[in-house]
Design a protein around this ligand. Structure first.
Ligand code: HEM
Length: 458
């Protein structure tokens, strides 16, 4: 059915000269109040207006894209005509990750991406597998049967330790909780309720602004400490930090501490929170779907028979991989991806002006019944080879796509599967009935108050 939809769009262009439909919203703020009230419901509802939807936030015009073909055009085919969206260029983000890989543009971004790429080559990543399993195993040793834990907090701590150890060969276990607390402070201004702040770009000296700056300064201290320690030891440890430290421009100049700080902070944030979320949502979904959980345990028992997983087991942990994919379908950690056209362009036959915001939502596309039968149901089994081969490209895009696709895609998939396997072998979790899990669509798709579970030994 989806293929028919796409080919119809290629041949007909009835839209030229017209504007896409969309919600009108209020006179001054446009759709902002509706968007803030319940972001995920709003972006899902807007799909009803068509594949391209126009929405005004205050004075900013945004276009929501729901068709995989249009998403591919923006992220991949015509990527050169787009920069990141305005939220990523705001003072908030600049203060947080500066000119790191996620936010930089043009030649500068290309160079930094080239530099970082070797740290993410398949072979290199394989070497990280044992660290991932070792850290997961260490975390498990602290858990007790029948105790109550916040599994999201545990996953955040674990993935932070792993990314810092693998990419920067540093140990932050002593600081992990502190960093978690600081990060929670930091992402607060990024919650959807902050769209007015986005647009005013944090120019007001509010208490939230003050807290944000104080929290960012605390993380800065940790990051600068990692850099200073490495500059002090002065030798190549073969990790990403060494590569970045040694990289030289043609004129022989090296990266400044500030640029290094931006890259380290970017990977610090991009590399752990998203992965932790994918894991947290996977545990949450498994806890509610006993048949899937049973299937998952059967695979672990038959492939591993009680020993710890290694990267060699990955091809055999197929159901575990499907659990990871399906969890990211229903709860994509990066639930929205934005771009801004540099020049006027055409998408799906509509004229889209330079400077507008083009927003794509894995959350909505991943739950589109045109592409996923029973879209709300957690069904890892759907990810058969046949299903994957007929799924339109960009109907599923948890890692984005095109030149700015996630550099840590394989790293993350390996980490999620190895951590699910290591932990799932020893424990299962049930949700605490007195704790309501609610969504916070902030920078990423977080559980607002964590995910409280009861731990059971298997
Ligand atoms: C489940 C885990 C992850 C998810 C869902 C995820 C998602 C994404 C998405 C959607 C983008 C593209 C954003 C855009 O197009 O605007 C992205 C970019 C990026 N991700 Fe990830 N990510 C994950 C894990 C990681 C890990 C483990 C790392 C590093 C260790 C990482 C580092 C980055 C970086 C550096 C970029 C920017 C790449 C560039 O623009 O060149 N991510 N990620």
């Amino acid at each position: 059915m989806s293929k028919a939809i796409n080919s119809a769009r290629v041949h007909a262009n009835p839209n030229r000269g017209t504007a896409p439909g969309g919600p009108k919203g209020t006179i001054i703020l446009g759709v902002m109040p509706e968007f803030n009230r319940d972001t995920l419901a709003f972006i899902t509802r807007c799909r009803g207006y068509g594949d391209i939807v126009r929405a005004r936030f205050f004075y900013v015009i945004a276009y929501f894209l729901y068709n995989p073909q249009d998403i591919e055009l923006v992220l991949s085919t015509n990527a050169r005509n787009y920069i990141k969206s305005m939220t990523l260029r705001s003072n908030f983000f600049q203060r947080l990750v500066g000119n790191g890989l996620v936010t930089s543009e043009g030649e500068f971004w290309r160079r930094q991406r080239r530099l970082a790429q070797p740290a993410f080559h398949r072979q290199r990543i394989s070497a990280y597998g044992s660290v991932m399993v070792e850290f997961a195993q260490r975390a498990c040793q602290l858990w007790r049967a029948e105790e109550t834990r916040d599994i999201h907090r545990d996953m955040m701590r674990l993935t932070l330790e792993i990314v810092v150890k693998t990419l920067f060969n540093a140990d932050v276990s002593g600081e992990a909780d502190n960093v978690g607390r600081i990060l929670t402070q930091i992402v607060k201004p990024f919650s959807s309720q902050a769209t007015v702040k986005w647009i005013l770009d944090n120019r007001l000296p509010t208490p939230a602004h003050y807290r944000f700056n104080r929290a960012t300064a605390e993380i800065d201290k940790i990051v600068y400490q990692i850099i200073a320690e490495r500059r002090g030891t002065g030798y190549d440890q073969g990790d990403l930090l060494s590569m970045l430290l040694q990289a030289q421009d043609e004129d022989g100049s090296q990266m400044t501490d500030k640029q290094l700080r931006d890259e380290v902070m970017t990977l610090f944030l991009a590399g752990h929170e998203t992965t932790a979320l994918a894991l947290s949502w996977a545990w949450y979904l498994l806890a509610q779907n006993p048949d899937c959980e049973r299937h998952f345990h059967e695979e672990l028992d038959s492939v591993l028979a009680g020993r710890l997983p290694t990267v060699e087991d990955l091809p055999k942990l197929q159901y575990t991989e499907k659990v990871a994919k399906e969890a990211m379908r229903l709860y994509p950690p990066a639930f929205g991806i934005g771009r801004q056209p540099i020049e006027d362009c055409e998408i799906g036959g509509y004229s889209i002006p330079a400077g507008s915001q083009v927003l794509m939502f894995p959350w909505a596309t991943h739950r589109d019944p045109r592409f996923f039968g029973e879209p709300e149901r957690f069904n890892p089994g759907r990810w058969s080879e046949d299903f994957v081969s007929q799924l339109p490209k960009y109907a599923y895009f948890p890692f984005g796509g095109g030149p700015r696709a996630c550099i840590g895609n394989q790293f993350a998939m390996m980490e999620i599967i190895l951590l699910l396997a290591t932990i799932g072998q020893r424990f299962r979790f049930s949700l605490c009935s007195d704790h309501q899990v609610t969504l916070l669509p902030a920078m990423s798709l977080r559980p607002r108050h964590g995910i409280k579970v009861r731990v059971h030994c298997r």
